[in-house]
Design a protein around this ligand. Structure first.
Ligand SMILES: [Zn+2]
Length: 153
């Protein structure tokens, strides 16, 4: 790890550091986690940080909030290689990999325009992951099978 990224990752007392986000995906990650900044806690977003592993990466630090596994697993389709570091009192309490969840609620829109989730009613999308290895997705409402390329934010 370069000195720059070490500095960015280290200076947090309590909270969550999402590291090794694919460069350019940090803003999508914030959106998937419903982090807007209105929460009031300090959030640092670093884009295009030099990384020895992947060339460039994004990093997000969310202070004073400990993201749950159910939250961070929402990133499985956006930033599957990212690592979640839970920090307490400057110490790394937990290092977590992202796992593919069995269903994804409310992050993506179903690409089927006739789907009830696109009807303008207040229905959150619900997409089941029917094959976690090959990443085969299916809308629970219209039963359409989806690939990751078809997902719309
Ligand atoms: Zn649908």
């Amino acid at each position: 790890m370069s000195d720059t990224s070490r500095l960015l990752v280290r200076r947090i007392k309590d909270g969550t550091v999402i590291d090794h986000i694919e460069a350019g995906k940090a803003l999508l990650v914030l959106r998937a986690l419903s982090i807007t900044g209105k929460e009031g806690n300090v959030i640092t977003v670093a884009l295009n940080v030099p990384s020895s592993k992947h060339g460039k990466k994004d990093i997000i630090k969310v202070e004073n909030r400990f993201l749950e596994t159910s939250e961070t697993n929402k990133l499985a389709l956006i930033a599957p290689r990212s690592t979640i570091n839970i920090i307490r009192d400057y110490k790394l309490l937990e290092k977590r990999k992202i796992q593919m969840p069995h269903s994804i609620v409310g992050i993506f829109k179903c690409p089927n325009l006739k789907c009830i989730t696109n009807s303008g009613e207040e229905i959150r999308s619900l997409i089941d992951v029917i094959d976690t290895e090959k990443v085969v997705l299916k809308c629970r409402y219209c039963a359409r099978t989806l690939s990751t390329d078809e997902l719309v934010f």
